[in-house]
Design a protein around this ligand. Structure first.
Ligand code: PLP
Length: 372
């Protein structure tokens, strides 16, 4: 490691001046997971934002080209088509969907709804924190419950906490950044109990990497307090087009529409058209899923040879404690590889997106050089 850093000193200094000393030297935190991913045009291997390295699919690319000529128009009619497609695919009634410019926009609307209804938010940590952070910024009330030492959800603790402080529970399943997943039977039991006193917002951004059958969308019809969030930014490979959706009871959808300026219409024409074909492109989804599984398996077994043991992952990224508590993100940035990093109780953890086989070979080459 010492040797490695010594031999890279010149590169390191150059990199610091290029990236800005402040950004590379600040303590890594969850909020700047993608700090080395700022310039979309750099030649960095991007393993920090859990995007699909194979997307957009060929069909989505064709749809984008085919529809360039209508981008002078507002998307209103097209928005309704995508809404109908979503509800039909998920076996839900019209009026049970809200679209957003990425699920982040919908999380913002939910944050606004939570605070304006004086609801208390309970969530589990570590997780994807933009909703709790936003609620805190709006001076709302937030409680967090630690995951277990193995980064599994502690559903019992969540239940006890939320029953004392009812309101809204936010769960990401499978979770970001840990990659861990709640078994469906346990999640169903939790849903039944928690919605006796609170709403459950279930963020399923990565569910397609497991299987649609693990989703809880079909429960929405039976349980008006369940809200499910999905995105086209992950397996569908459309992160740059910003398309997300929320499924919930019609009365809740109406409340959310009332507090948003555009309702479902903040999407763009290209995003809608690409999402529409992607939703039915089963072959692309299956190929992306199976490539991810295969490359993830090889990556994990090679990392084990370097003494790195990732947690079980049901997603397109892996999560592990960094040997020697190094600042691995800064070290790999010297090699033009961006990864995510988070500090939990003084320990640095890496969150690494599964890229293409070629990208992972380059990553492994550098990690092996550092740790074996
Ligand atoms: N939810 C989770 C769990 C995520 O990991 C992300 C992005 O990484 C999002 C929501 C937001 O995704 P987007 O706004 O691109 O739909």
């Amino acid at each position: 490691m010492e040797e490695y850093l010594k031999s890279n000193r010149r590169k390191w200094l150059k990199q610091i001046s290029a990236l800005g000393a402040a950004s590379i030297l600040t303590t890594p935190s969850f909020s700047n997971f993608g700090a080395y991913n700022k310039d979309i045009k750099t030649e960095f291997i991007k393993l920090s934002s859990n995007e699909n390295p194979y997307g957009p699919s060929k069909k989505a690319q064709q749809a984008i080209l085919n529809n360039m000529g209508i981008t002078n128009r507002y998307p209103f009619d097209l928005t309704h088509d995508l809404e109908d497609q979503q509800t039909t695919k998920n076996g839900l009634d019209k009026g049970m969907v809200l679209l957003g410019a990425g699920s982040s926009e919908l999380l913002q609307t939910l944050g606004h709804w939570i605070v304006s209804n004086a609801l208390r938010l309970t969530y589990s940590t570590p997780t994807f924190e933009i909703l709790p952070n936003y609620v805190k910024r709006l001076k709302g009330q937030v409680d967090s419950v630690n995951m277990t030492s193995q980064f599994e959800y502690d559903l019992e603790k969540l239940l006890v906490n939320s029953s004392r402080n009812p309101g809204v529970v936010y769960l990401v399943n499978p979770n970001n950044p840990t990659g861990t997943k709640i078994p469906k039977s346990e999640l169903l039991a939790f849903l039944k109990e928690v919605t006796k006193h609170s709403y459950l917002i279930l963020d399923e951004a990565y569910i397609e990497y497991v299987s649609d059958s693990e989703s809880l969308v079909t429960e929405i019809e039976l349980n008006p307090k369940l809200i499910v969030l999905r995105t086209f930014s992950k397996i569908y490979g459309l992160a740059g087009l910003r398309v997300g959706y929320l499924l919930g009871h019609p009365s809740l959808i109406n409340e959310l529409k009332d507090i948003s300026i555009w309702g479902s219409h903040s999407l763009n024409v290209e995003g809608i058209m690409a999402a529409r074909v992607s939703l039915n492109d089963q072959q692309f989804i299956e190929e992306s899923r199976s490539n991810n599984e295969e490359i993830k398996k090889t990556t994990i077994s090679t990392l084990k040879e370097a003494g790195i043991i990732p947690y079980q992952s049901s997603t397109n990224f892996i999560f592990f404690p960094i040997p020697n508590n190094d600042d691995l993100r800064a070290i790999l940035a010297l090699e033009k590889i961006s990864i995510g990093q988070i500090k939990i109780k003084e320990t640095n953890y890496a969150r690494v997106t599964i890229g293409t086989s070629h990208e992972m070979k380059i990553l492994i080459k550098h990690i092996s050089k550092i740790y074996t």
